[in-house]
Design a protein around this ligand. Structure first.
Ligand code: 26Q
Length: 777
């Protein structure tokens, strides 16, 4: 698509004048952002409309997700339009520096991996000209903002991401739908976000629903001076999409969450049915021929009974509705951890969505009559994952090992009955945001060697392999160094900590969860610290350990781990005797935009969950693509990463899935603690006063060694894997000294990252699950 930068500049200036009463030079970053974004929205609107009309009569896919972690859109949209560099020049010449847009907030309408995956998929589908629309919720408050207090505690603040406006969406009130609950009806108002493909005219749509009241004000109550009641309906409606639930690994049976899920499901389906009727008439029997719906985990699984309900309201029987639902839906699972699986109490569910309960009961009856032994309802509880397996065309995991575990374990009985349904779709990431945009220096180096189109043909990275020589490694190392200098400046500004770009940058960035074992990383850092002070690691290459993680606000154990790591960091960073060897930084408010600075600067990528716990991981792919080596276990997509890039170019440690399974019931962590004085010394810092301690740290300590009524000791095998972890970590540290050999390993990872483009993933969904075809714009 051709967009004229001078034209954008003119419209931006006009917008600034009449909306903000300022000139370009005077404009605040927020005003500039709004005006510029609107100028771009205007200039793409024709192409957007064209893309929609193109799709009207064709089969299409819809992605249903409660989360879209889209991050900051302005740079990535300009990048995908191919005008980012030129526009920067144009604006600079006119007196405005677009780097001030770094201040613009992320749209964090997601928690972590699952939400970011949805965003990468939309980017890839648009870029590959695949007919995919996203449906989600427009939370007034996204994922909380995080800071640390003087004691290192996580403090949360509301993320009012749209307080300065939201120029990247259009409110489409005319497509508002009604959602009925037993005691009230609310409006779901759609906001459409354009999904601008890279190097194509094609523009997809993300439609986000916002709840509003039918009547903003109850005038009778107002006239009676009962102002609370006058606004009650408005607040009750708006409460539904008020805030994103900040859990990403434990399920909570909250009433409001049911309402959110139902609004997402019902509003999106009503919308799709309306469009279907416009394009294909009122014969609903062909619905599944034109629409495929992907459920991003079970969060939108109420769509299954809701579609059946809506089809029955159109005159179909339950059996007919069931058949169409089954041909329409497919389901992606993102976790095997039982505490994350959605299981709704039927009384709660019935009080919010009674008709949905009736249909779930009918689905369950049908299942039990066809396949005795399988169930959806048990003990008055609805198992949403089972319902999704039963009423779906396909079920997929998100990495090979994870998809295998689904068949062997979580859905074993279901696999016996429906083996043809089970698939794998290994996750991917969009190389535009996660390389092109965040690492233009490395992108330029690669372009020169493999050709300009590699960001849409990431498999071409393979062509680097035969070209890797000392010159190229030196060039890579120089680029890596420059990205470390740039990150150091960001960390200085945001955290007030100065770090040396000649240090190794060892990075663990992801949500905080016990299974991700940030604690194991921290213990190894403490151990290394003591060993350095003892003079045992004379050749240790100076390293800065960088952590970034948010904990769910109610996850006390995770918050304790954050505080402990902050205490460790303070102790180490204040110890002058290790100043030239060690540094620990826990960055505050890790988010997409922070990731775009950290990931290009990483030398070592920590992916250290016990085998069989991390479904896939996608941060691992982003770090690989930017030339970090993986220090990791044989878990999730790490397995495929090392298969592509070679064991010899990564640092793999720890027990395998079968090993862990075989010791699960007999493993006794305290034996390891008693036998390893170094590990013991590190673990003791939780309780011995080396750093400030407290009851929660003592509880954490005893969870490792004694366990609790609900868990065996060291549930996530930190002590079990520790020795091989530390050895491997120190081996990577030694290897780093050979700058050419190490840089070659990094480059081998870059060159092997082609598989992990979300373009590849989305094409597999399109051809193997949705059966939709690309469409030239
Ligand atoms: C469920 C019910 C109630 C409230 C919240 C939730 C909830 C919300 C988000 C449960 C889970 C999530 C997010 C899960 C997630 O991000 N999983 C990750 O998905 C990635 C993409 O497939 C994988 O790479 C990661 O391995 C997986 O942990």
């Amino acid at each position: 698509m051709h967009i004229n930068c001078q034209h954008i500049l003119q419209i931006t200036e006009a917008q600034l004048r009449y909306e903000h009463d300022v000139t370009l030079r005077e404009a605040s970053p927020q005003a500039l952002h709004e005006a510029l974004s609107k100028a771009v929205m205007m200039s793409i609107s024709e192409a957007w409309g064209e893309s929609k009309r193109n799709r009207m009569h064709r089969r299409k896919a819809c992605y249903f997700s409660a989360e879209y972690l889209i991050g900051r859109l302005v740079y990535s949209n300009l990048y995908n339009l191919g005008i980012l560099d030129e526009l920067k020049q144009t604006f600079l010449a006119a007196g405005a520096d677009l780097s001030c847009l770094e201040e613009i907030e992320d749209a964090a309408l997601g928690n972590g991996g699952l939400g970011r995956l949805a965003a990468c998929f939309l980017d890839s589908a648009a870029s590959c000209n695949l007919p995919l629309s996203g449906y989600g919720l427009r939370y007034r408050f996204g994922l909380f903002k995080q800071r640390f207090d003087e004691n290192g505690n996580q403090k949360e603040a509301a993320d009012d991401w749209s307080k300065y406006g939201d120029p990247w969406s259009y409110r489409r009130y005319n497509h508002t739908v009604k959602i009925q609950f037993p005691d009230h009806t609310v409006l779901a108002v759609p906001y459409d976000v354009p999904i601008i493909g890279y190097g194509t005219k094609n523009i997809g749509t993300l439609r986000l629903w916002q709840c509003e009241a039918e009547e903003e004000l109850d005038f009778d109550a107002f006239n009676a001076q009962d102002y609370q009641r006058a606004l009650a309906a408005k607040n009750e409606a708006e409460d539904i999409t008020r805030v994103l639930y900040p859990n990403d690994s434990t399920w909570e049976g909250k009433r409001l969450r049911v309402k959110q899920q139902y609004v997402l499901s019902s509003a999106s389906l009503q919308d799709i049915l309306r469009v279907y009727k416009v394009n294909h008439g009122t014969d609903m029997s062909r619905f599944a021929d034109f629409v495929a719906i992907q459920l991003n985990d079970t969060h939108p699984a109420m769509s299954i009974p809701e579609l059946i309900r809506l089809l029955m309201a159109e005159g179909m029987t339950f059996e007919q509705g069931f058949d169409i639902a089954q041909r329409t839906f497919s389901y992606t699972n993102h976790t095997i951890m039982t505490e994350a699986l959605e299981k709704w109490n039927m009384d709660l569910l019935r009080s919010v969505v009674p008709e949905i309960c009736d249909i779930i009961t009918r689905i369950d009856n049908k299942l039990k009559s066809e396949h005795p032994g399988l169930y959806i309802l048990k003990d008055n509880t609805a198992h949403m994952a089972y319902m999704s397996v039963y009423v779906a065309s396909y079920v997929n995991g998100v990495a090979e090992i994870h998809s295998q575990i689904l068949k062997d374990d979580l859905f074993h009985q279901w696999y016996q009955v429906f083996p043809e349904r089970f698939q794998n779709k290994t996750n991917g990431i969009t190389p535009r945001r996660w390389l092109g945009l965040c690492n233009p220096e490395l992108t330029r180096m690669i372009k020169y060697r493999v050709g300009g189109d590699f960001l849409t043909h990431l498999e071409k990275l393979e062509l680097l392999k035969s070209q890797i020589d000392d010159d190229m490694v030196r060039q890579f190392n120089a680029i890596k160094h420059s990205k470390k200098v740039a990150l150091a400046a960001v960390i200085e500004r945001c955290e007030g900590i100065s770090i040396n770009p000649d240090f190794i940058f060892d990075v663990q960035v992801k949500r905080l969860h016990e299974y991700k074992r940030q604690l194991m990383n921290a213990l190894s850092v403490v151990d290394i610290y003591f060993r350095i002070k003892d003079g045992q690691l004379p050749d240790f290459h100076p390293t800065v350990f960088i952590f970034g993680a948010k904990s769910a606000p109610g996850y006390d154990r995770a918050k304790t781990i954050i505080r402990y790591i902050n205490r460790i960091a303070r102790m180490i960073n204040n110890d002058a005797s290790v100043r030239d060897k060690l540094k620990v930084v826990f960055v505050q408010n890790y988010n997409c935009s922070y990731a775009e600075h950290i990931i290009p600067a990483a030398d070592i990528s920590e992916q250290i969950s016990p085998a069989g716990t991390e479904a896939s991981g996608t941060g691992n792919m982003k770090l690989m693509l930017n030339g970090a080596v993986t220090l990791g276990t044989m878990d999730g997509a790490n397995v495929e990463i090392v298969r592509e890039a070679g064991l010899e170019n990564n640092y793999i440690f720890g027990a395998s899935v079968p090993e862990l399974a075989s010791i699960r019931d007999t493993y006794w962590a305290r034996n390891i603690y008693d036998a390893d004085p170094f590990l013991r010394r590190a673990i003791n810092t939780l309780v011995d006063g080396t750093v400030p301690t407290d009851d929660q740290q003592r509880e954490l300590f005893s969870s490792l060694l004694d366990g609790a009524s609900w868990h065996r000791p060291d549930h996530y095998f930190i002590l079990k894997d520790y020795q091989s972890y530390l050895e491997t970590k120190l081996r990577a540290n030694r290897d780093y000294a050979g700058r050419l050999a190490f840089g070659r390993k990094c480059l081998m990872n870059v060159a092997s990252a082609g598989k992990f483009s979300s373009d590849r993933t989305i094409r597999q969904y399109a051809s193997e699950i949705w059966h939709v075809e690309p469409q030239q714009p």
